[in-house]
Design a protein around this ligand. Structure first.
Ligand SMILES: Nc1nc2c(ncn2[C@@H]2O[C@H](COP(=O)(O)OP(=O)(O)OP(=O)(O)O)[C@@H](O)[C@H]2O)c(=O)[nH]1
Ligand SMILES: [Mg+2]
Length: 471
């Protein structure tokens, strides 16, 4: 790893009250003190060249001065001495005014003094390399920044505090225990003398237990994804049933255009809402119809993709129109994925109804049908409750299961579970011990990768490149 001194603007771009520039590395203090003059120096007329040696973890008021001696900004300066810092290196943070030009001027000044612009995630990467956090914790930092709800935040915080690492490490140690027991036997066993019957049974039992814990952890993968990315919720139906009206209702603003002209929405609209703690990533789609102009057809293509990837489909019909061929056609297209949940919405019940919810339940063989009116608000609370119940039920949000698995972590744990399963199969088939030990070794390697042990540098680079600059 490079050990040069890095710098970045750590606050988001744009105007803000303050903006923070962060330096990390050996030269942080010397670079920082070369561009900063504390206000007491100016007041007491102390020569700028007299060395300013700040105490650690104190905020000093003063000015950033450029090469020509001009004041660039009025700031607060803080020095944090290694190793008790985010990166475990010397850190200097400058709280400047939050304008982009102002921050860039200071940044450029620091670059001219010899610091290097940090890559995305490089501060966190250093924290990892310097042993302050493991890879699971580092990835939790990312989840923490991206959390969309309080529950997501809590889950990420659990990861950062090391709960997930702890679980993974425990599984790893158990596996290593079993492996060493087997290896002792491989080393000492005579050609024709393998493990005793009882030990075989014991190892098998322990492996089955491990596998179960692993599967439990994996169950949380989808949940974690929902907490992080939001529950992908797609509103669909034929044109003019009221999809965009529902989208606007969720967003509490007139985001999508609503008119009585069928085919109003042509683009896919996407936004996030927090529905009483359930994060929804909500999609408004172009109405589906068999015939449509060129633009509508493109819109429908986007809708199809969104529907493919959805967790929850809100299929909407118009009560005043009754059920049409088009409705049946759309339903036949969506009702084929087990993991997708569907709620059927019968909208416009304020008008004369040609069909009722119970009939729809029967026709579509679906028990989640809700009658609503976006005009007068009927049924909308019931809809919100239904979504909430669907995803608050079970252990999705129970207190002890708030752990988020990153996709990468989930895949590795799945790989580990597969290797354990192979080991179990090998035991059942009476294969020799050294074959079983190979499977177990691979299982352990997968878990090591989760926490970032023995991971190749390029893979680590890839992981940290997903971070934002300045983190
Ligand atoms: N009476 C009544 N009219 C509604 C209701 N919901 C929506 N509308 C009206 O139905 C028309 C179509 O609403 P939209 O929300 O644009 O429907 P859409 O499904 O998005 O339509 P497309 O984008 O064309 O596919 C508008 O004139 C709405 O005001 C309702 O509950 N009752
Ligand atoms: Mg629309």
């Amino acid at each position: 790893m490079d050990n040069d001194t890095i710098v970045a603007i750590s606050t988001p771009p744009g105007e803000g009250g303050i903006g923070i520039i962060r330096l990390s590395g050996k030269e942080s203090l010397s670079i920082g003190t070369r561009i900063f003059v504390p206000s007491v120096y100016l007041k007491k007329n102390i020569d700028k060249k007299e060395k300013f040696s700040p105490l650690g973890r104190r905020l000093y008021h003063g000015f950033i001065i450029d090469e020509e001696g001009r004041k660039v900004d009025e700031v607060l300066f803080c020095y944090m001495k290694a190793p008790y810092t985010y990166t475990r290196e010397d850190i200097v943070e400058i709280n400047a005014h939050g304008g982009i030009v102002c921050l860039n001027t200071i940044l450029n000044l620091i670059l001219r003094k010899g610091a290097r612009l940090a890559e995305p995630g490089e501060f966190t990467k250093r924290a990892f390399y310097n042993g302050r956090i493991d890879l699971v914790q580092a990835e939790s930092v990312l989840s923490l920044i991206r959390a969309k709800t309080e529950k997501g935040l809590k889950a990420a915080m659990g990861g950062l505090q090391g709960y997930l690492s702890e679980e993974v490490r425990k599984l790893r140690d158990d596996l290593a225990d079993i492996l060493s027991e087997i290896e002792v036997n491989v080393d000492f066993a005579y050609e024709d003398q393998d493990l005793e019957e009882g030990s075989y049974y014991d190892i098998k039992k322990r492996l089955i237990n491990l596998n179960n814990s692993m599967l439990k952890l994996l169950q949380k993968r989808r949940q974690g994804k929902i907490l992080q990315d939001g529950l992908k919720t797609v509103i669909l139906g034929k044109p003019n049933v009221g999809k965009s009206s529902l989208y606007n209702y969720f967003l509490k603003e007139e985001r999508a255009i609503v008119t009585e002209i069928p085919g109003t929405t042509r683009d896919l609209l996407i936004d996030y809402v927090n529905l009483k703690g359930v994060p929804l990533k909500i999609f408004d789609t172009a109405g589906f119809r068999k015939e449509g102009d060129r633009v509508e057809k493109i819109g429908m293509k986007f809708s199809k993709k969104a529907i493919e990837e959805a967790d929850l489909l809100l299929f909407m019909l118009d009560a005043s129109a009754g059920i049409t061929e088009e409705d049946r056609w759309i339903y036949s297209k969506i009702n084929n994925k087990k993991e997708q949940k569907i709620i059927i919405l019968l909208n416009k019940i304020d008008l004369a109804k040609k069909i009722c919810g119970n009939e729809l339940k029967y026709i579509f063989n679906c028990d989640k049908v809700i009658e609503i009116s976006l005009l007068n608000g009927d049924g909308l609370e019931e809809l919100e409750r239904a979504i909430n119940e669907m995803f608050s039920a079970g252990d999705l949000y129970s207190e002890e299961s708030v752990l988020v698995l990153e996709v990468r972590q989930g895949e590795l744990i799945k790989k580990c579970a597969d290797h354990i399963q192979e080991a179990l199969n090998a035991i059942s088939s009476g294969f020799p011990l050294d074959i079983i030990s190979i499977d177990l070794r691979s299982a352990i390697d997968s878990l090591d990768e989760v926490i970032g042990e023995n991971l190749a540098e390029d893979i680590l680079d890839l992981i940290f490149s997903r971070f934002c600059i300045g983190k």
